[in-house]
Design a protein around this ligand. Structure first.
Ligand SMILES: COc1cc(O)cc(Nc2ccc(C(=O)Nc3ccc4c(c3)C[NH2+]CC4)cc2)c1
Length: 337
């Protein structure tokens, strides 16, 4: 490994590259202390250029977002030339590729996935964040075939809260809300609902509601808000797509109403529970014990250090030990203290 990777190699064995995008590459890695697999997103600061602030925004967002359907950030390392984000391992690849491979999903399968998507988005909205780039490429499948929302590089945390208007035009055109491409001021939450409507349509149809090779023509179609309704869609799913793809954001369903829409709650007794399964203030006893032995600290001192949530190797070790325990594996550090 070239020397710039030295710092990360103190904690992780880097393996092959599993993805590379604009200014980042993602490598598979093993956490040395726990043996757990992770994904390491490696960014070159010089290549990032003006996009560097987006990475800082994403890292700050990821430090507060802990949810069963949001890809977890474990550790951040920075050198003078590189930024490393150590992330949850999602070996199932992109939801985009999964839909393409199956042509389109039956409603029952689309419903399971869409409940997870709505749960993740409702959670980040309650934490004060809008994602603003919701699309199947930004939803990965983990090893239990559940979805994880990724890439918060375009997310917004409006200063005045989620009722505060945003103005930056961003995200992928085919999933962008009419008010966003119009250049009007818009509410991040409302724009995210539109994108989820496009996502749901893509899940069940296998193609996009608004599509055109010419961006101008695409924008006109989005602003018109007219799309084809294939005959295989059930009336309930057509209704849900209709209330999500309302051109006027004020007529559009909001996330709270989404959580109890009949198509989504079909077969359930309750609305979708979007609360996180993790609790920041309850620290797992077994993890504290194992870490206090390894790091040669008292349990109280170890607890205080963990609760600093520095997103250093201590934070990573805690979350990865917790993962092991949740997967029924022994909550053990593999190397001698
Ligand atoms: C917050 O989570 C983020 C934020 C972000 O900016 C980017 C990511 N990107 C990830 C990309 C890929 C993976 C990943 O685990 N991919 C993966 C892992 C193993 C395998 C594959 C993909 C595909 N072939 C089989 C083996 C995880 C995060 C997340």
């Amino acid at each position: 490994m070239p020397t710039p990777y030295r710092p990360i190699e103190e904690y992780y064995q880097l393996r092959h590259t599993i993805g590379s995008g604009g200014f980042a590459k993602v490598k598979l890695a093993h956490h040395i202390l726990t043996g757990e697999k992770v994904a390491v997103k490696i960014m070159d600061k010089a290549a990032l250029g003006p996009d560097l602030p987006r990475v800082q925004i994403e890292i700050e967002a990821m430090k507060t977002l802990t949810h069963q359907h949001v890809c977890k950030l474990y550790q951040v390392l920075e050198t003078d030339t590189k930024i490393f984000m150590v992330l949850e391992y999602c070996p199932g690849g992109e939801l985009f590729d999964y839909i393409v491979a199956k042509d389109r999903l039956p409603e029952e399968e689309a419903r399971v996935f869409f409940r997870q998507i709505v749960s993740a988005v409702a959670y980040i909205h309650t934490e004060g964040y809008a994602h603003r780039d919701l699309k199947p490429e930004n939803l990965l499948l983990d090893e239990t075939h559940n979805l994880k929302l990724i890439d918060f590089g375009l997310c917004a945390k409006p200063k005045g809260g989620m009722d505060h208007q945003l103005s930056t035009c961003c995200g992928s055109p085919a999933y962008a809300a009419p008010e966003l491409i119009q250049g009007d001021e818009y509410l991040g939450a409302e724009a995210d609902v539109w994108s989820m409507g496009v996502l749901l349509y893509a899940l069940m149809c296998g193609f996009l509601p608004f599509d055109d090779d010419n961006v101008g023509a695409l924008y006109r179609k989005i602003r018109k808000g007219q799309y084809e309704v294939p005959d295989w869609l059930s009336p309930q799913s057509v209704d849900l797509i209709n209330v999500m793809l309302q051109v006027n954001p004020k007529c559009r369903i909001n996330v709270k109403e989404l959580l109890c829409h009949p198509w989504l709650t079909e077969g359930l007794a309750e609305p979708i529970d979007f609360r996180t399964k993790y609790s920041n203030n309850h620290i797992d006893e077994d993890c504290i014990t194992e870490m206090s032995i390894h790091f040669k600290k008292s349990k109280n001192t170890m607890l205080d250090i963990i609760k600093d949530w520095k997103y250093d190797d201590i934070t990573a070790t805690y979350f990865l030990l917790l993962n092991k325990k949740r997967r029924g594996k022994p909550c053990r550090i593999l190397v001698p203290p």
